[in-house]
Design a binder for this molecule. Structure first.
Ligand code: RUQ
Ligand code: CUA
Ligand code: CA
Length: 623
């Protein structure tokens, strides 16, 4: 053993483990983990609140949408360091997403070239994050995807039929997820097969429920107007969506005509009962049951709210939900109990569900909560966050003379979403707020005409919001979720399991060829098809070369038999546009046509060893 040295012991153990593994192939020592409560660490009083010392781990995980990059990102908080990118709807050459057979099975046939991912939400059980999955939307490709939290890998992508542009997405909280709810924003003809092309009166959209376990589409509800953002209650009874286009307009001016649009509440029990009773139709070739939830339906409730509302956010006490007015300076607060009353026939009009309508400032888009009775609303036009008290707003609406507004904090600039730590669960801890600002303007060194976005970290643990840090981000996070790392850290795997379903199909195929992936290095030929099986172990591939004929369909399957944490290999085939990651104990495969004769070197793309550059071999393609 090496003598003890100064510095961080965890880091040193890790280095030693990796180095030994790399050079001698020994099984390594895994470094310990240090999480120091960083923001208010008593031992570092002079440090800024976002300071996380080198080698220390962040106290919170942040899961960030990647917008039009099509990916999801993992951040550490409060440092706001980007830890990892998870490809979802995009292709990613670093890990081979969209290139490997395993990822293409998830992406499906003829997958679109990218996506627009806005809303990451973790599965919940009884209103608490449960660390199983994160669900995300794709507005560009009308899809919903699921990311496994144990390996942080996308494992299912479901195209949503009959609709266009999935925007708002939320998960059922009770008893658990359950349903994943998805809003289709744009109205289209039904079916959208060339009929009613320029007859917008016949356009419609639908609310979709996806089964979070099977990722199959469970049912859809036709609505009036359009659908923007969505949210659920804390009892598993309702979902609710904002509509900014009650007018059914197809140009901007039309969509802004009415002083009020609405939120539409979906009664899940009644929808399920209607489907059970066979009161549904199907559209075109889709088998998904579709029910009618337009005005007059028993399945829905339309609550008028001003004007072109955007975000809809449920308070963590389970009592209220708010619609953010966007073109109105107000946020409309509604009570779930009044929704019960409405469906039980006790309200005269849906508008009676409104319990407050505080006036906050210009361009309210989203509201977050701290679990102590306060709400934080982004004001896009004012470039501010307004902190207000929910009960005071309710009292003011009832006629009392109270000031519900507590503080307005300038942010830079034009905030869209904001999010509090655990703020969309029963566990809202009132520690951190992040403002996801759409414009950075002058806050950073110039980066050309395209500027980064700016996510600002705000401490909300005291009476007043305090801006702590600026974090530039690549295009374009819309939304984020924040949870203490201790809720997840032990659920995240450090290496793959050989029985992981992500590559099970590849393992099964190898078995048919009589191959044991962990030890066999073999080429199997079946007519025009060539199957190349090899292992990788630092710093060598199991096969120094393999031979194919021009025109062969070649499948290269590589199993990383290294089991040391972080000892990832890559496989890049030069001039063939192929690269893939093979992490410890993972099997990755890729299929391509060997259409160019000659010698093509394959090489390892993850720096795995002192002899990493020598980790390569040749594909010999006969003319
Ligand atoms: S939206 S900026 Cu795509 Cu969530 Cu509100
Ligand atoms: Cu294996 Cu670099
Ligand atoms: Ca409108």
């Amino acid at each position: 053993m090496l003598p003890p040295a100064p510095g961080n012991p965890a880091r040193r153990n890790f280095m030693r483990g990796g180095a030994l593994a790399g050079l001698a192939g020994a099984s390594g020592i895994i470094g310990g983990m240090n999480i120091i409560p960083s923001a208010h660490a008593a031992n570092e009083p002079s440090m800024p609140k976002d300071h996380v010392a080198p080698g220390q781990l962040d106290e919170y995980y942040g899961f960030w949408s990647g917008g039009q990059s099509g990916e999801m990102r993992i951040l550490g908080m409060p440092s706001m360091r980007e830890l990892m990118r998870i490809p979802v709807f995009n292709t990613d050459f670093a890990v081979g997403w969209g290139i490997t057979n395993e990822s293409r099975r998830v992406l499906g046939k003829n997958f679109p070239r990218g996506g627009d991912l806005h809303h990451p939400h973790m599965s919940q059980t009884h209103g608490h994050y449960d660390g199983r999955y994160i669900f995300v939307n794709d507005k560009a490709g009308t899809r919903v995807a699921r990311i496994r939290c144990d390996v942080m890998r996308t494992d299912k992508i479901t195209p949503i039929p009959n609709v266009q542009a999935i925007h708002g997405l939320r998960v059922q909280r009770e008893p658990k997820t359950g349903y994943v709810f998805a809003n289709a924003e744009f109205r289209i003809p039904s079916p959208n097969d060339g009929r009613d092309l320029d007859d917008p009166k016949k356009y419609q959209t639908m609310f979709t429920a996806v089964n979070g376990e099977t990722m199959e589409v469970a049912w859809q509800v036709i609505v009036d107007g359009n659908l923007d953002n969505t949210e659920c209650d804390y009892e598993g009874k309702y979902a609710v969506s904002t509509c900014y286009n009650s007018e059914g307009g197809v140009v901007l001016a039309d969509m802004m005509q009415s002083e009020r649009d609405w939120v539409v509440v979906f009664n899940l029990g009644r929808i399920e009962a209607a489907i059970k009773a066979g009161k549904f139709k199907t559209i075109g070739s889709s088998k998904v049951p579709v029910v009618d939830g337009r005005h007059g339906s028993e399945l829905t409730m339309y609550i008028p709210v001003p004007k072109n509302p955007h975000g809809v956010n449920a308070s963590p006490d389970g009592k209220y939900f708010t619609a953010n007015g966007k073109l109105s300076p107000t946020v409309t607060v509604m009570a779930w109990s009044k929704v019960d009353d409405y469906f039980n026939g006790k309200l005269k009009t849906p508008r009676e569900a409104v319990v407050a309508e505080p006036q906050l400032g210009l361009g309210p888009l989203h509201t977050a909560y701290d679990g102590r009775g306060f709400a934080y609303t982004t004001l896009f036009i004012d470039s501010q966050i307004a902190k207000w008290n929910i009960q005071d707003a309710i009292d003011a609406y009832g006629g009392k003379k109270v000031n519900y507004l507590r503080q307005k904090l300038d942010v830079a600039y034009q905030p869209g979403h904001n999010h509090t730590s655990l703020g969309e669960t029963r566990d809202a801890d009132g520690h951190w707020l992040v403002s996801l600002n759409k414009f950075a303007k002058d806050r950073f060194l110039p980066t050309g005409p395209l500027h980064p976005d700016l996510d600002q970290l705000i401490d909300i643990s005291g009476d007043q919001m305090v801006l702590v840090a600026d974090a530039p981000v690549y295009s374009e996070p819309h939304d984020a979720i924040i949870l203490p790392s201790k809720m997840l850290i032990n659920k995240v795997k450090r290496t793959w399991s050989r029985t992981d379903p992500f590559f099970a199909e590849t393992v099964a195929q190898a078995k048919k060829h009589g191959i044991t992936l962990e030890k066999d290095n073999k080429v199997v030929r079946e007519g025009n098809q060539v199957f190349v099986y090899m292992t990788s172990s630092a710093p060598q591939y199991g096969l120094p070369n393999f031979k194919v004929k021009k025109g062969n369909e070649v499948t290269v399957t590589i199993t990383n038999v290294d089991s040391i944490e972080d000892l990832t290999h890559g496989f890049c085939l030069t001039n063939y546009g192929i690269n893939m990651e093979i992490s410890p104990q993972e099997t990755s495969s890729v299929t391509f046509i060997a259409d160019k004769p000659g010698v093509y070197w394959y090489y390892c793309t993850f720096f795995c060893h002192a002899l990493h550059l020598e980790m390569r071999g040749r594909m010999l393609v006969e003319a």
